[in-house]
Design a protein around this ligand. Sequence first.
Ligand code: IPM
Ligand code: MG
Length: 385
Amino acid sequence: MDAVSELKSNRQFGLLVLPGDGIGPEIVDQALRIVAWFGDYLGVRFNIEQALVGGASIDEHGEPITETVMEKALRADAVLFGAVGGPKWDHLPRAVRPEMGILRLRKDLDLFANLRPAVNFPEIVGASSLRPELVDSIDIMIVRESTSGVYFGEPRGIKTDEKGLRSAVDTQAYSETEIERVCRAAFEIARRRGSRLCSVDKANVMETGVLWRSVVTEIGQEYADVELSHMYADNCAMQLLREPKQFDVIVTDNLFGDILSDEAAALSGSLGLLPSATLDMADPKRPRRALYEPIHGTAPDIAGKGIANPLASILSFGMCLEYSLNEPAAAGMLKQSINRALAQGLRTADIAVFGEEVVSGEAITDAILAGLDEVTAGTQKALQS
Ligand code: IPM
Ligand code: MG
């Protein structure tokens, strides 16, 4: 064994798997089959531990995430997350709802840069509600701030006055440091892609927007090679539908990022296709802390039927290959195998257009695994000859 393969075969990677609720467990199960395949292929030993989060954790422990699970997450090399929430827990007060599980992970692990790619899969361009020529080669990366803003700002709450009338308050607050670090992450990403960054805010209405715009403009001076533009969030919502190909990288706050990333996902044809990576600060002295999750939710109406699309979860592991394991070529192989499965006509219900046969999440994963086997068999053959 040469030195490189020996080093590879000694690699250990702690992966904390939090399937969550609804379709979370079934899509994560399929993603874990892909994890196992790449473990063998790359010679990485994935130390996988599974735990409860969201409604599943509320049912068992009375809270959306326990301290024990938080500690495991802090120690893991990465977290592979499914989805949380569902009608069963909708009546609960906000502080103990399933969603607090993911919000606490983002906050306490300081995962402030939420990367949400919106790409088009050529084989299923017809699944998008937009005309094919508008979406056929979109490749947008939304960088959403994910530890601050209105999601976490204080004060917040609902109170009742002496007349019995209720009022509610949320606070949108951003510090310069919080804006700076996510914008830097976005500039770095733009630099490695199409070198265009569009910063999205509501500087015409919000103080946080004014500060956001001024900080990103200042930092932009250090990234002269990246073309920086600004857009109001409402206009961006419209431009994403009007001419999505104008965008390369978008950076925005927590709430606008939540909304715009769902909208951008629809360009691909289905929320069931799109992954995300949520990262902390890059530090050359240690591996980046990271959480990988599909951007879709728990889809309780189809949970447990085996029909959910596992591609977003599988592609989330693909982002783990890229960002945590530093294996972009492996991530590329995975994407290729997904395209191959789609080219063979395999469609889960969410991406099938009228008349197309629908297959289970397991069947599409089988096809991806077969594709991966075929690619590696081909490489070995080429090496032998
Ligand atoms: C997302 C989700 C979450 C969010 C929910 C589940 C709290 O919509 O990841 O986009 O609002 O951030
Ligand atoms: Mg969302």
